[in-house]
Ligand binder design. Structure first.
Ligand SMILES: [Zn+2]
Length: 434
């Protein structure tokens, strides 16, 4: 894939960064609409297209061509980024060739003078990071990522809630809008598992005149480092000489992060964990809503959080289908918490959901082994077919060589030079006996 030099244009104080992208998924104009008064430099815009560009090319054509020079730090780290992704997902993420010039690092003194920014969706991880990461001055929300651009009414609600929360906390909120996810990403670049960290960091680079540090709020602890698009191993590798990128909050479980915000009046008013696209900030029914409501109920503070309906039904918890090990780890944490609070009913409901997931996993294990064995047989067959084809070619070459030998031996020149060869053979025999 190919990305042109980004262009920065400003109309009525609003800057838009655009670039032409030619990719396997989609060819067209990528845009980022910046908050009023924020005008990214060419340097910032050039770094911004690198993280998502690398992810896209790894999952499509394995070739990334960038017209504008990119930070030498980012380029140097990109080898390791590629190795991590290709180890996690060998079937979908392949090593890619990067063709672009490197930009020489700026004097290091420039990094010190600016602020620190964290991701802010209004969720538990966001609230934890904005108050625990060092020196957070600014918050970043990207419209077009967790909410699609066409959800206009819900977006009005969410924007109001995020803006009010930021104003109450006393931090500046940057809202950037982009068509990156809608127009250039595909199921292949699975948002949660692969691309969201790179896509958010791309936007953070656009704000590297405003901040020198960027913290991604992590969802899992250092004990549960599942392959995810944002990861303790990966996030710092998106740093440049202008912006240090950090993965924050992996030393704290979800339950503990929730407990850290129960007395925070801003969180009580604005906590937003739901990713469903309903007409409310929190639907109250999805896995994330229910998980958070249950923790707040166990802590005895659910009634303080009017952003949720107040129903927690143990039979709903028990019937919850857990889809992956990341969500499963939250159930384990919550069961321990329910036990510590002496709530036997919720503990039992959580245990039911936990056992069902464990059974599903143990049933799935022999099937997975069967699938692996099938893939190994197919790979071995392919190797045999290749070896057979190579043998056929070698046999054909040997036959052709034999034919050529026979032709030479029966040729006139071979017969005419026979006496000369006899003389040569005799003199060689003499040399040996002497
Ligand atoms: Zn929900």
């Amino acid at each position: 894939m190919r990305i042109s030099t980004p262009r920065v244009s400003t109309i009525d104080g609003i800057s838009t960064v655009t670039a032409d992208v030619e990719s396997v998924n989609y060819t067209g104009e990528l845009w980022f609409r910046m908050p009023e008064g924020i005008h990214p430099s060419q340097t910032a815009a050039a770094d911004a297209v690198f993280p998502f560009g690398l992810i896209l090319s790894m999952s499509t054509d394995q070739k990334l061509e960038l017209e504008a020079p990119v930070s030498s730090v980012l380029l140097a780290n990109s080898d390791l980024v590629q190795k991590i992704f290709s180890t996690w997902y060998p079937d979908t993420m392949e090593l890619t060739q990067v063709n672009c010039q490197e930009r020489v690092a700026e004097p290091t003194g420039q990094l010190a003078a600016r602020g620190a920014m964290s991701t802010f969706t209004g969720g538990v991880d966001s609230f934890y990071t904005l108050s625990h990461a060092p020196g957070i001055t600014d918050l970043l929300y990207v419209n077009g990522y967790d909410l699609p651009l066409d959800k206009v009414e819900l977006w009005d609600l969410v924007r109001q809630s995020l803006s009010d929360a930021a104003a109450d906390i006393g931090k500046r909120l940057f809202i950037v809008e982009t068509n990156l996810k809608r127009d250039f990403l595909h199921n292949r670049q699975a948002w949660g598992r692969i691309s969201y960290g790179a896509c958010i960091t791309s936007v953070a680079h656009l704000l590297s005149e405003q901040v020198s540090d960027f913290h991604l709020a992590g969802s899992h602890t250092y004990l549960e480092l599942y392959p995810r698009g944002s990861h303790a191993l990966l996030d710092p590798l998106w740093s440049t000489d202008r912006l240090r990128v950090h993965h924050h909050g992996a030393d704290m479980t979800r339950v503990k992060k929730t407990l850290a915000l129960i007395d925070d009046p801003v969180a009580q008013k604005h906590l937003r964990v739901c990713l469903r696209r309903t007409d409310r900030i929190n639907c109250g029914r999805c896995e994330k809503c229910y998980r958070t409501k249950t923790t707040l109920l166990l802590a005895g503070v659910l009634d303080k959080f009017q952003v949720f309906d107040q129903t927690v039904n143990p039979s709903v918890i028990a019937a919850r289908e857990v889809k992956n090990e990341a969500t499963f780890s939250f159930l384990l944490e919550m069961r321990d918490f329910a036990k510590s609070k002496g709530n036997a009913e919720i503990e039992k409901a959580l245990s039911t959901a936990i056992k069902r997931y464990q059974k599903h996993e143990s049933d799935a294990e022999p099937l997975a082994a069967l699938e692996t064995a099938k893939r190994n047989v197919a790979a071995a067959n392919a190797e045999v077919a290749t070896a057979n084809a190579q043998t056929t070619v070698a046999l054909q070459r040997a036959q052709a060589a034999e034919k050529e030998l026979a032709r030479l031996r029966s040729s006139r020149s071979w017969r005419w030079t026979a006496p000369l060869r006899k003389v040569k053979a005799r003199s060689r025999a003499k040399q040996v006996s002497a």
